[in-house]
Design a binder for this molecule. Structure first.
Ligand code: SAM
Ligand code: SF4
Length: 340
């Protein structure tokens, strides 16, 4: 079991498998994209498997594959199969934009993937296309259907909320009435963006302070409009009933719903005291916090060191986890480069 310097048990590793993506979400990437890493810079599946084995020995039991878009990495189901076989890994999930799930969901389940988080900024085709710069919402809806049909569980929907996107959140609440879907509204975070003086930070996304919608406002709006739409009252969900991987979200449910509504209040209420995770970037940098640019060079150890060296690097990263995030100054990397 790995415990950091502030008594937090660290058992969760997010692994970015690529910095590439087939979309260009305004909250994540610039319109022109970012310069892709070369193939030799990116960890191979063998390297990710070896790192995961060392991490498992160091107390990690939950893995989430992310990116960039994990499903654009060729042979991703092979990586899922390898990680499923690593002793001590009890949960293996993925965060994806969902557009390629119609093609891949069956193979991913066969390879051993448990659940998916699917990112979807709006159910309105025009808003979705604008926020993703060209995406087709029908592809994601087909991806959600494919995830359910293939047996992936839980299926969670991640909605990054920003004032300027003019999103209608009620249709998301309606999704929870029909299926055991867990919709999580995520406060738009300054991954890049402007600093406290209003200066744009290098590598910034389009974040501005005015775009931040606090989670209490999201919940108040949903509660009133959901009740008017006949969904019943929106009430907090007991932790025992929340979807697997409770994580940083607080969960609620409309009286007549099957699924839940979650809010992830990264800005208005930070959840650092519950942080249980490390992040491995696609090029093998181990990060102690989404918002800290302190990185440990795991790729160097993977290519030139021993398993013992890997285990001590992971132990050092756990010990170096900061008590709180420093979102005030953002991060120099974009979300797609870290693995959100
Ligand atoms: N491509 C996949 C996807 O979109 O789900 C996985 C990678 S994406 C970087 C991981 C998560 O980060 C997604 O849920 C996305 O919505 C979220 N994300 C990206 N930029 C964000 C930002 N500035 N604030 C909050 N969440 C963000
Ligand atoms: Fe791609 Fe995901 Fe970033 Fe959107 S949020 S650009 S889908 S990596």
């Amino acid at each position: 079991m790995a415990v950091d310097g502030f008594g937090r048990r660290v058992d969760y590793l997010r692994v970015s498998v690529t910095d590439r993506c087939n979309l260009r979400c305004v909250y994540c990437m610039p319109a022109e994209g970012v310069p892709w890493k070369t193939r030799s810079e990116i960890l191979t599946f063998e390297e990710i498997e070896r790192f995961t084995t060392a991490a498992s020995a160091g107390g990690i039991s939950k893995i989430r594959l992310t990116g960039g878009e994990p499903l654009v990495r060729a042979g991703i189901e092979d990586l899922v199969r390898r990680l499923r076989a690593v002793p001590g890994i009890t949960s293996l999930a993925m965060t994806t934009n969902g557009t390629l799930l119609p093609r891949l969901a069956g193979d991913l389940v066969a390879a051993g993937l448990d659940g998916v988080n699917i990112s979807l900024a709006s159910l309105d085709p025009d808003v979705y296309s604008r926020v993703t710069r060209g995406g087709n919402v029908a592809d994601v809806l087909a991806g959600i259907d494919a995830a359910f049909a293939a047996g992936l569980r839980p299926v969670k929907i991640n909605v990054v909320v920003a004032r300027s996107y003019e999103q209608d959140l009620v249709p998301f609440a309606r999704l929870t009435m029909e299926r055991p879907i867990h919709v999580r509204f995520i406060e738009y975070m300054p991954i890049g963006g402007e600093d406290d003086c209003g200066d744009i930070i290098e590598g910034s996304s389009a974040w501005t302070r005015a775009d931040h919608v606090p989670s209490h406002e999201i919940l108040a709006g949903l509660s009133a409009r959901g009740a008017a739409a006949g969904f019943g009252a929106l009430r907090p969900v007991d932790e025992n009933e929340a979807p697997r991987g409770w994580g940083p979200a607080s969960y609620y449910r409309f009286d007549r719903a099957v699924g839940t509504i979650g809010v992830i209040s990264s800005l208005s209420h930070n959840f650092c005291d519950r942080c249980n995770r490390l992040r491995l970037t696609a090029e093998g940098k181990l990060r102690t916090c989404l918002f800290s640019d302190d990185e440990f060079d795991a790729r160097h150890v993977l290519r030139h060191g021993t398993d013992e060296g890997l285990r001590s690097l992971i132990g050092a990263a756990v010990a170096a986890k900061p008590q709180w995030h420093n979102m005030r100054i953002g991060t120099l990397r974009r979300m797609s480069q870290i693995g959100g």
